[in-house]
Write a protein that binds this ligand. Structure first.
Ligand code: ZN
Ligand code: FE
Length: 254
């Protein structure tokens, strides 16, 4: 099992470190800013080997040059985004495998928020790094992809084992769940999650990562296929992707 460390960055971003204790190998997912990441590496005594980039937005990559200068880590990111990511040592496509110690991660194309957005799945440790695709209680805004593209991406993530930890990119959970309650005001699991998230935030705790099973029970974007959700939106006969699009459009105006 990989060790996971969640690192708050900037105002509401998260970076993640994964570490294989047996070999000492360490990888970083996204680099919103260098300082808190370098401080965490130093505190743990870990040597960074690999940087995994999810997508090209500056709040996920702007610390890369400084972390590379300090650690010599190799930078991996989507081949489709090579022209707008920091210089890549390895350009990735869906299905590519990434070794961290004894574990093998897999690249999943989760385009929608941006085209070329990738997620990193480490199945043995049940970790999925989803950044701004599937988020805690929500999903990323569609800056580049169509609703159909994002829906296809979310379906790949929804099919993972329920005990997979969804390591997403931002602390947006409170606002996401406030919106979710407008879609499903009677969802008991959602109401319980809203209370749990409020308690965590009152203590200054992160609400990520979250379990996929929790997302399936409370995240309105993953719940587009449910008859009760379709009915609540007046779309009982619509295809899932169309219902997802309607929920996304509502959230954009929320
Ligand atoms: Zn983004
Ligand atoms: Fe972001």
């Amino acid at each position: 099992m990989l060790d996971l460390v969640t690192i708050p960055c900037l105002t509401d971003n998260y970076a993640y470190l994964i570490h294989d204790a047996a070999t000492g190998q360490t990888a970083l997912v996204d680099v919103p800013e260098a300082a808190p990441i370098l401080a965490t590496l130093k505190a743990r005594g870990w040597r960074l080997g690999t940087i995994l980039l999810t997508h090209h937005h500056s709040d996920h990559i702007q610390g890369v040059a400084e972390v590379v200068a300090a650690t010599g880590a190799k930078v991996f990111g989507a081949k489709a985004d090579a022209h707008r990511l920091p210089p890549l040592d390895r350009a990735l496509v869906e299905g590519d495998e990434i070794a961290v110690g004894a574990e093998t991660g897999r690249v999943i194309d989760v385009s929608g928020h941006t085209m070329g957005h990738v997620a990193f799945l480490f199945p043995a440790s049940r970790l999925a790094f989803t950044a701004d695709s599937l988020m805690a209680g929500g999903c990323g805004r569609l800056f580049e992809g169509t609703p159909a593209t994002m829906w296809a991406s979310l379906c790949k993530l929804a099919a993972l084992p329920g005990d997979t930890l969804i390591c997403s990119g931002h602390e947006y959970t409170t606002a996401n769940l406030r919106f979710a309650a407008t879609v499903e005001p009677q969802n008991a699991a959602l109401l319980a999650r809203i209370a749990a998230v409020a308690a965590a935030r009152a203590e200054g705790k992160a609400t990520v990562p979250s379990l996929l099973s929790e997302e399936l029970a409370t995240n309105p974007f993953l719940r587009a296929p449910l008859p009760e959700v379709k009915t609540a939106l007046g779309l009982s006969a619509a295809p899932d992707a169309e219902v997802f699009a309607a929920i996304r459009a509502r959230k954009d105006k929320f």
